[in-house]
Ligand binder design. Sequence first.
Ligand code: PEP
Ligand code: MG
Length: 893
Amino acid sequence: AKYVYRFSEGDMGQKDLLGGKGANLAEMARIGLPVPPGFTITTEACRAFMRDGQVPPELRVEVTMALREIEDTLGRRLGDFHDPLLVSVRSGAKFSMPGMMETVLNVGLNDASVKGLAEFSGDERFAWDSYRRLIQMFGKTVLDIDGELFAGALEARKRAVGATSDVDLTADDLREVVTAFKQIVLEASGREFPQHPREQLEMAIAAVFGSWDTERARLYRRRERISNDLGTAVNVMTMVFGNLGETSGTGVAFTRDPSTGHAGIYGDYLANAQGEDVVAGIRNTLPLAQLETIDPTSYAALLQAMRRLETHYRDLCDIEFTIERGTLWMLQTRVGKRTAAAAFRVATQLVDENLITMDEAISRTTGAQLSQLLFPQFDADAPKELVTTGLAASPGAAVGEIVLDNAEALERTRAGADVVLVRRETNPDDLQGMIVATGVLTARGGKTSHAAVVARGMGTTAVVGAEALDVDLDAREVRVDGRVLRPGDVIALDGSTGEVFLGDVPVIDSPVMRYVSDGLEAGLAACGDEAMVELLRSVDRVMTHADATRRMGVRANADTAEDARRARARGAEGIGLCRTEHQFLGERRECIERVVLAEGEAERGAAIEALLPLQRDDFVELLDAMDGLPTTIRLLDPPLHEFLPDLTELAVSVALADADGGADLRDVALLAAVRRMHEQNPMLGLRGVRLGLKIPGLFALQIRAVAEATVELRRAGRDPRPEIMVPLVGSVRELQLVRDEAEAILAEVGAAAGLELALPIGCMIELPRAALTARRIAEAADFFSFGTNDLTQTTWGFSRDDVEGAFFADYLENGVLTISPFETLDADGVGALVATAVSGGRATKPGLHMGVCGEHGGDPESIHFFHDAGLDYVSCSPFRVPIARLEAGRAAA
Ligand code: PEP
Ligand code: MG
């Protein structure tokens, strides 16, 4: 294998092999942007390293070749005592993992080359500062030495000479710091700091490979659903320096505002600094636009490069750059992360600029982003007490108790509290706290600080750089303008304005929610400002195109007329699942109990008779709400135990009553009946079609209620479109028995009313046997609806009610699962059964109508699977209907 690619060799299509950063560096080099010379070591080398525990031997040779080429081009040698070549060594996986893995800068410096650097730069202080940074980073990341030791030694030096900040240290001070750092390395690692440049390079490369597998990197990947097997590439790049005085600097730029999507110049700049200083949020940055006055030539060059990148990638890009004594260098670019609002805005802007098509525009937005926009916002009219204002880094309205660290965040969220993590600044060690927090607030850092980038990626509300905050971990308090806040105090963050309020501020629907529920006019009326109006128009364009593009229909799972109306308003084109058992929970539970426990036909007949008017009214309401649209009504599918009294409780109360002088005879009889019906495994027991066949008259009642409701509505001039669905079918015979019964009832009710009632009769496919025998089952079915909840349960043999808490955490940790199969369809296993059933069903009936009504019908990834599998529609909860519309459109685009 070839393990090393020069920047001039690769391109942006090679993210698997070169990682995102490496592929984009190569692309920039290819289109002529100023990238410092360097090369990328492939992810394949990392995988070999993980497999064998050492770097592949060929890699050394390839690195030598690539390095020598750079040396020859530049006329400098790595770590030379005269004008040395120095390199940075950075990780770069296929998917960006901000701050998760390691970087070592200034590789090549040693006791001799530090003098060469001083000579070349004419700045002795700079040279020694670079050297101490190398030892510090190398010590921490490569040699695994506690970073506090270095920070402590640096502080000690500052104290000794009365310096308040790093920049007050002289070259001589820094030389002393270097001596101290080398001593720390010796004591903590048992070896001298390696002087040989090549040894430094090799150790740094191995350390970057190793950083792929740290605990925090694994945690991040689990959350982002990134496979642990990918490995990271390593980018070795000639160092350029942003800290060579005031004509140098470093920054981050976005071609459009990543939080709102506005076109314009966005970013942060720090003069006389190295890149890590910006990202770490240690010093507060200047808005990028100020670079225009500081260094107009570099600014113009940067703008040109940004325009070039946007045209090339046809998307919002973010960029890291360094200016070394007036020369611009591009250190990184990628298609930039952005907020949900920016995703929609940028997509339609690019359409208007003729850079992308509407099909591309819908692919650039996601259902997950849409769902973020549906989140509530603060009520603008509610009284609020402003505490302070920071930068709006990640939108949303977050209300929660203050917590100051991971441990507190975890403890309070476990206790059920919403928390806001308040930190001076965040770093990757704070990830756990950020994951559980509803909001993140920091005192330091710009819009590109760690806190901002990570929060945006997670969709967590964040306000950063609220400089008035003084976060005092020792005193466990936060001081702000004379006020003292403590853990447990409730604050509210507005991630769209950067405002921080005291106390529990009421939240209201977002205008996007108004839009999806009540239409464009209502949404526009709810907009507070012009930016919101523009966002809403973008969302509307994207949704309109998604609706026009998608092949699959979108229905909703709804059990009541109210849910049905809500779903319909959000664009549902029918009901894919009405769970009729839900109509018998609560007060009506006893009605079913009486049917199930009835002794003798007369008693049962009476119990069923009592149900008929209730059911008919339910269906009239539901079908009326869905007038003109298909409404799939599923016959009863209760696991029995949900309707019967709890066996243990009943047994205890009868026993107690007995001891008290005699239990009620009715209760004794009930107990006997419940005992008789008791099941060890109710989910695999007498439910669905089995119950319907076991208890004569039960399904008949429901079918009659549907038929009579239909007649009633048709007589009233309405257009009811019920479909009757049989649950938990495993054999065609089961379905045929119910079908025969249903057809007889429909014919009878129809004849009595003088109407033809040819309602579609179909079944759920939610057992492996149903999927495997779909060819036969289709003979008796007018449609199929995949019940992927039960199908997942029965395919894996996972109890859907128990396993998530029991061992999924372990399974996610050890990689058996990357996500719960109840959330995202297991395409390999359950999906194979879906595919089998689709082809089986259509072999018997070519046009057989098929949909899905399990939870997966609202899950973006699964929706793409169902599209590819050829289903006709998905059905999901009313809230997810707009998300499903968008994803079904994206799947077809
Ligand atoms: C299913 O099993 O996927 C389904 C939709 O039915 P229920 O969730 O009601 O069992
Ligand atoms: Mg089911």
